[in-house]
Design a protein around this ligand. Structure first.
Ligand code: ZN
Length: 418
């Protein structure tokens, strides 16, 4: 689909337009289309929906939808890792008309949506915000917020919302509140984010992957970027399943993103083998990069003495839980918890799923190991009743003050009830 105008034109050809996916993207599209005078017939979900209605329209389980096959258009509004399955499922049920809302359409819709009307009656009271890094760095990732923007974001947040701690009781929250979380445990949490959190007296939780503590090991995605940003690359880069022709890419960021997408969905052993193999192919000169390390024992221990900061676990090797077996998950989660508890001399009972990926037994492992809350990365539908182990989060990107206001309205309007 070329752009939003083409999307609307296409939607107008059908009697029924459904949004498949009731997460952030789906809700955004509902608002966007409504603002352009196009009412959808409902949301579709893969599993039995928890609510009969969301944002004023009905919700149906796709399988039980009884709609005219040729007169129905389905907008696929979910993370790209689910696209293939979603299309397969749609086709299996006989629907032939569908459009994927990809990143380009989503971003244009975000920019074109005012979030100005319709949903005055905000359902949720708490929004958990997800940050990764606060640093002044140019990279191919959008998850790094620069210091100036971060300070503006904090000022904005403090002036409008109550800021909760992730380890406090949320049952009696009576006004719009946010909680701040930071994933991975990069050194810049200590050097850049923490001083500003202190300045504005804002509590935050940092989820640390322990594999990089007290060594200079970088996270695999940073190492990948470092390897593929070398001046000289061979003509082709090979992974286990694919070959990438370097000259076919417009720039290095595209190459890096594609290779990352190719190797991310693996067990951490295979992922590390892929990184080693890339090193062998590129033979890179990898200089040490102090800004890419994880916080060390001393820094973590110092943070934990400040009542503003809560430390949470994030596995040892930043594993994708749904790609690992029960034993690996358990060891990874347990060992990260134990290591952090030894450093801070306090119990660690909060967890963030690396990359938001959850295996079918991850929640029971967490419960078993004494965790009380765990946080996802995206607004995926909740399949289980255990909401405390599925707390969604809204990512905050490198937005300046003027972008922030609109984005925040979006977060409240389209975010999930928790
Ligand atoms: Zn992470």
């Amino acid at each position: 689909m070329r752009d939003l105008n083409a999307l609307i034109e296409e939607c107008l050809k059908f009697r029924h337009v459904y949004v498949y996916g009731d997460g952030e993207v789906g809700r955004l599209m509902r608002v966007y289309l409504h603002e352009h005078r196009l009412e959808i017939s409902g949301f579709l979900t893969t599993y039995k929906p928890k609510k009969n209605r969301i944002m004023d329209v009905p919700v149906y389980e796709l399988e039980s939808l009884n709609s005219n096959l040729t007169d129905t258009l389905i907008l696929i509004c979910m993370h790209k890792k689910y696209w293939e399955k979603a299309i397969e499922y749609i086709k299996k049920l006989g629907y032939i008309n569908y459009i994927i809302i990809d990143d380009t359409l989503r971003i244009s819709a975000e920019e074109a949506t005012l979030f100005d009307h319709l949903y005055e009656d905000v359902e949720q009271k708490i929004n958990v915000l997800l940050f990764h890094r606060v640093e002044n760095l140019e990279t191919s990732f959008s998850i790094i917020v620069n210091e100036k923007n971060f300070e503006d974001q904090l000022k904005y947040i403090c002036s409008r919302y109550k800021v909760l701690r992730c380890d406090e009781d949320w049952s009696n929250v009576d006004r719009k509140s946010v909680a701040l979380t930071f994933d991975d445990g990069y050194i810049d949490f200590y050097t850049k984010a923490y001083p500003l959190l202190k300045k504005y007296n804002v509590p935050a939780t940092v989820f640390i992957s322990t594999g990089g503590i007290d060594n200079n090991k970088e996270f695999w995605w940073d190492e990948l970027e470092h390897i593929l940003n070398q001046n000289r690359l061979p003509n082709t880069i090979k992974t286990k399943r694919k070959e990438f022709y370097v000259n076919n890419f417009k720039n290095r960021s595209e190459l890096i993103n594609d290779v990352r997408e190719e190797i991310i969905n693996n067990t951490f052993c295979i992922r590390d083998e892929e990184i080693d193999s890339l090193k062998n192919q590129v033979n890179p000169y990898l200089k040490s990069r102090p800004k890419y390390r994880t916080m060390n024992t001393k820094e973590i221990s110092c943070l934990s003495m400040d009542p503003l900061i809560t430390i949470g676990a994030h596995t040892v090797n930043h594993i994708l839980c749904d790609f690992e077996n029960y034993n690996v998950q358990r060891e990874e989660i347990k060992n990260s918890k134990i290591m952090l508890e030894n450093i801070i001399d306090k119990e660690v009972n909060l967890f963030a799923y690396p990359n938001g990926n959850i295996g079918k037994d991850t929640r029971s492992i967490l419960k078993d190991l004494g965790f009380v809350r765990s946080f996802t990365c995206e607004h995926a539908s909740i399949e289980y009743d255990e909401h405390v182990f599925d707390i969604p989060r809204s990512a905050v990107l490198n937005w300046d003050y003027s972008q922030l206001e609109q984005r925040f309205r979006g977060i409240w309007q389209t975010g999930k009830n928790i």
